[in-house]
Write a protein that binds this ligand. Structure first.
Ligand SMILES: [Zn+2]
Length: 454
């Protein structure tokens, strides 16, 4: 009986006309520096304590360990490379094995390139795309399509994108289908106000290879889905969402534009979308811009899910993964009364800690009010007693340019460090149910690869 049942089961699953479902489309969302505290703060900032961001609605979740090969606290290069390649590398290194160390000139550097998910997708004939709010040559996007011992060599990283040009990454075959973000300076020669010292104009070179070029939202919207697309919106990073002019696309608009370029690819696609400037605002200990950029990242996730569901309503062919590369040192202090979301009249989570019974500002040991959001390190630290300076008020601390106070002073604005705490991962769609528990960042690679059958 058992044998007959097995045989029958075997026959019924051997129907060659119905292949096992797989995630032929993968969208990998990366919130740079978007630690759990930042996620909670962004939720309160955007929708209040009881609300849910799109990230909160993802059905499968896991915690991710982020340490790199040589450091307890990773930078964005090895952390993204771990997701993209399954290999732990050293800080500063882009998608190379652990023999590679960050050196100013990589020509003598040890180590070998390791294959990325994007390259595997390319080898399988799928569409490929990269979207970011940073320079497209910055560490996170670079880890999908480039291999180099030093993340700072962005002119060399840009050259890896140009089909057939010197320094091209041949594993990208005829090239990526869509590349959107900031950073035209590393594509242009010094004579054209760029940063390239080899005199090359990579935008011209890519156009000569059939790429369309966009530098405004209007041009992006006019792009033809039948041709590859390079969009560079600004010479360096794109604007923070709080400061973004109408002529510059939002992360959600770029994500939808990329899906338009990729959705008709017969074999599917691999798309990486980075909310890259969450990290920069956190390095500045400027929580407001970090939280606003986290909401812009969440909007992009919502836009992608809604768009993909138009043709794949149950996400049977699509896996969407959302995670971060590392934490920062942002904390939520005190027993704050609930604030609700931030509005023009309500500082919300950006405000002072108020006693949850009396509503009066809570006081530190110096008898002074303090903010809900603080940082473990950064530049804004009062020397001596906090009573030696003016008491903080909600208008001051919820202003766009306020930099929260820190425990350890480490230098100028921008010097706040990453944190070493685990990060969140959420997933939805085909293969999402393989993500659960506590995972090393390198394990994510294998799970995406298996779900996508790459
Ligand atoms: Zn990062």
């Amino acid at each position: 009986m058992i044998g007959a049942a097995l045989a029958a089961g075997c026959n019924s699953t051997n129907d060659s006309t119905t292949p096992e479902p797989s995630a032929k489309n993968v969208i990998f969302f990366l919130g740079d520096g978007m630690g759990l505290n930042t996620l909670t703060a962004a939720r309160i900032y955007g929708v209040g304590e009881e609300g849910s961001l799109t990230i909160d609605t993802l059905p499968q979740t896991a915690f991710i360990k982020t340490f790199s090969h040589d450091s307890q606290v990773t930078d964005s290069a090895p952390s993204m490379a771990a997701y993209m390649t399954g290999v732990k590398s050293n800080n500063g290194v882009i998608s190379m094995d652990s023999d590679a160390t960050q050196e100013s000139d990589c020509s003598q550097s040890a180590g070998k390139p390791v294959t990325t998910l994007l390259e595997l997708a390319k080898a399988d004939g799928r569409g490929t795309g990269v979207v970011t709010s940073t320079r497209v040559t910055h560490a996170t996007p670079a880890a999908t399509y480039a291999h180099i011992c030093n993340r700072d060599l962005e002119a060399d990283i840009a050259a890896q994108l140009v089909p057939g040009g010197a320094g091209y990454n041949g594993a990208l075959k005829e090239g990526l289908d869509v590349v959107l973000g900031g950073g035209s300076s590393f594509f242009l020669p010094a004579a054209d106000k760029g940063k390239r010292e080899d005199g090359r104009n990579l935008i011209d070179e890519m156009q000569a290879k059939g790429y369309q070029f966009a530098s405004t939202l209007d041009q992006l919207n006019q792009a033809d889905a039948g041709k590859p697309l390079l969009g560079l919106f600004g010479s360096s990073h794109m604007k923070y969402d709080l400061d973004r002019p109408a002529s510059e696309p939002s992360l959600a608009q770029m994500t939808l534009a990329a899906i338009k370029q990729l959705k008709d690819k017969e074999k599917g696609y691999f798309l990486m979308v980075e909310g890259g400037r969450i990290d920069h605002a956190l390095h500045d200990t400027n929580a407001k811009r970090a939280l606003q950029d986290t909401l812009a990242f969440d909007d992009a996730i919502k836009a992608a899910i809604d768009e993909v569901k138009k043709t794949d309503p149950e996400l049977k062919n699509t896996l969407i993964v959302v995670t971060a590369d590392h934490d920062h040192t942002l904390v939520l202090n005190g027993y704050a009364k609930r604030t609700g979301k931030t509005t023009a009249d309500n500082p919300g989570v950006l405000g002072l800690v108020k006693n949850y019974e009396t509503g009066e500002p809570s006081k530190d040991a110096d008898g002074m009010p303090y903010t809900i959001i603080g940082f473990g390190n950064g530049y804004n630290r009062v020397d001596g007693s906090r009573s030696s300076v003016a008491a903080l008020d909600d208008a001051t601390v919820s202003a766009d340019d306020y930099h929260q106070e820190v425990v350890v002073k480490v230098g100028d604005i921008g010097n706040e460090t990453h944190g070493g705490t685990d990060v969140f991962l959420g997933a939805i769609g085909q293969g999402a149910d393989s993500f659960h528990g506590s995972l090393d960042n390198t394990a994510v690679f294998g799970k995406v690869k298996a779900a996508a059958k790459l």
